[in-house]
Design a protein around this ligand. Structure first.
Ligand code: XBP
Ligand code: MG
Length: 233
């Protein structure tokens, strides 16, 4: 029986990448005088690397291998990323991103039916809080029995570690849960952890090659209002 919905954040709860993360990265680059700009096609390619700090390192190695190899690069990435996070949190608080269609209803239906909610994401914990507060209101972070985010596991998606981390905290098996994802690395992580997985492609994941037999949906609207325990049937 379905006991918990385990949500991805970026691209699943909300379309955060284009008007949120990408814009925040670019503003942080401009403030730092770096002369870098990530447009949509470039950012789509860069999303193959999950995690903002990891994405920054891959980019740095591509465009400036000499300074990327310097001993202070990790600290510089951390500073740049901290600024990017602050900009992102501000953007989200100002309403730059909204929940995807069907998400709010599905969350409410799960809560009404006693289905546990959890989050498994590569994004930074501050970003998750900012998104939940801006879109679902004060108190909404407490709707989630476990929030696995960012660096709590060293290996980010497509590794299954973040899903395993969440399952352990929930005290549930993978078969008790349904994962909601939008991307190839995200659904690979959920499937590798053994969770049945609904995938709804997002703006940047239209061409992602998805793992075999996930439950593919156009969006989450058709899941809202359904009999949740039957979802996995
Ligand atoms: C998507 C990501 C994240 C965001 C940026 O995560 O890969 O890295 O692009 O967030 P998910 P940070 O789909 O698992 O939610 O800069 O905070 O890492
Ligand atoms: Mg995602």
């Amino acid at each position: 029986m379905l006991r918990a919905l385990v949500w991805d954040v970026d691209g699943t709860l909300a379309e955060t990448e284009h008007d949120g993360h990408r814009v925040a990265f670019n503003q942080a680059f401009a403030e730092a005088g770096l002369g870098w700009h990530w447009d949509e096609p470039l950012y789509r390619d860069l999303l193959a690397t999950t995690g903002g700090k990891e994405r920054l390192r891959v980019w740095w190695q591509q465009v400036d291998p000499a300074t990327a190899a310097a001993s202070d690069t990790t600290a510089r990435i951390a500073r740049l990323h901290a600024r990017k996070t602050a900009i992102y949190v501000e953007l989200v608080a100002r309403g730059a991103v909204q929940l995807r269609p069907g998400v709010a209803r599905l969350l409410q239906a799960a809560r009404a039916e006693g289905v546990t909610l959890a989050i498994a994401t590569t994004t930074t914990p501050d970003n998750v809080d900012a998104l939940l507060l801006a879109t679902l209101g004060a108190g909404s972070p407490a709707w989630f029995a476990s929030i696995g985010a960012g660096d709590v596991v060293p290996a980010k998606k497509p590794a299954p570690d973040i899903y395993r981390w969440v399952l352990q905290r929930l005290g549930l098996t993978a078969a008790d849960c349904l994962a909601l994802e939008d991307s190839a690395p995200g659904s690979a992580a959920a499937v590798a952890a053994g969770l049945p997985t609904v995938v709804t492609r997002s703006r940047y994941t239209q061409a992602d090659v998805l793992p075999a037999s996930p439950l593919l949906r156009a969006d989450l609207v058709d899941l809202a209002g359904v009999d949740l325990p039957r979802l996995r049937a």
